[in-house]
Design a protein around this ligand. Sequence first.
Ligand code: NAP
Length: 449
Amino acid sequence: MSAEGWKQAEPAGRVGAAPIRVAMLGCGTVGGEVVRLLREQAADLAARVGAPVELVGVAVRRPHRHPELGELLTTDASALVTRPDVDVVVEVIGGIEPVRTWLLEALKAGKSVVTANKALLAEDGAGLAEAADSSGADLYYEASVAGAIPLLRPLRESLAGDRITRVAGIVNGTTNFILSSMAASGASYADALDEATRLGYAEADPSADVDGYDAASKAAILASLAFHTRVTAADVHCEGIRNVSAVDIAAARRLGCVIKLLAICERTGDPESVSARVYPAMIPAAHPLAAVDGAFNAVFVEAEAAGQLMFYGQGAGGAPTASAVLGDLVAVARNRVVGGRGPRESTYASLPVLPMGSVPTRYHVSLDVADRAGVLATISGAFAAQGVSIAAVRQTSGDGTGARLVVVTHVAPESALAATVSELARLEIVNGVESVLRVEELGRKGVAG
Ligand SMILES: NC(=O)c1ccc[n+]([C@@H]2O[C@H](COP(=O)([O-])OP(=O)(O)OC[C@H]3O[C@@H](n4cnc5c(N)ncnc54)[C@H](OP(=O)(O)O)[C@@H]3O)[C@@H](O)[C@H]2O)c1
């Protein structure tokens, strides 16, 4: 594409209003696709917006890598976002600084912002929302969670009249790919990660994905929108999948479950509070989320009047994510044309975040125990001492030296479950705690016990 390609085609319909002028920050995997779609769909976008949508500048680090953008390129993002002729800033760079500074400058200057930056929103969504409010600009970020899947707009607008009780789902494609291939082939975590890296599903440094931080940022954004409160990444309890073993996967299968890395946001308790957490958990194989394989994302929303809703699709990738960015761009451009503004941030509920120790959950514990009389009674006693009720026990008798004991609990506070496991590990009759996994039913019955 030549820079000349940026002379936009004549719109299909009559588009009388002045052009909406867009500055882009970043032109990588997502940004490149945004640029392509902006160009290819110029006429349709103009007809939908009611004004031409014109790209007037693109800030990158290494302009020589983007010869097709010609004179649109700059390395001075700060100057670009405050240019008087810019109406909307689309940010697809990522990370906290210097992007936060640029977006605050843009919002304070009255530019609407569309961003895919989950890390920044989960850390300082409040700062961006305040800057947007102070100038009356729009702040849209559909692409920051679950790529192409329309999820934030439904939470923010379609379900604004309902009371959402839970948002839970698979919001990281890399870890879902790894767990799916472990389940399909019996591969170890290390081998499945190698495969994901080879196929381009995992980054050279996979930490943000496999340690759960990416999903935690998304959980913070989802909880904030669903419960009209402020939740940041630091509020989200976060465990990744590095310790999920082939033994865990096999244990889940025996129980009629699969293991998924879940982001769970719940409204809980009396007094009311919210819980936001990310960890690998067993879910019943019959639950719709269990069938979400490979790099796909899916999010299950439960609301009092609407009941259960499920959103499914491609959670990442250049073109899918660009679809969400362009949807937001059309929305903020329309708002500019008619002189209005989209919904403001809604945090009126100001709910406290429940500490992880108080979160009610269930455990599946697999133990290597001594193969002798009285073991079951001692183990049961350790659970009872913490007030944890056992739902099911399965014992595989061993070779005279050891046996495997699997215990599935009823719901109990996380702190009591964790204390029980610590106590079990200290018992003389326990040779080892083989696996500890949480069991999530997500609104359905069906887990053993
Ligand atoms: N990739 C996905 O599937 C996906 C999905 C959902 C959300 N997102 C989010 O979308 C955003 C972008 O992701 P991406 O995958 O497109 O990233 P990417 O491929 O790494 O592209 C980043 C772009 O930002 C530019 N850039 C980096 N630092 C810069 C700086 N200091 N000044 C100016 N430009 C700078 C780079 O310039 P050069 O080209 O010159 O290096 C590049 O064009 C992130 O917030 C990410 O979390 C991505």
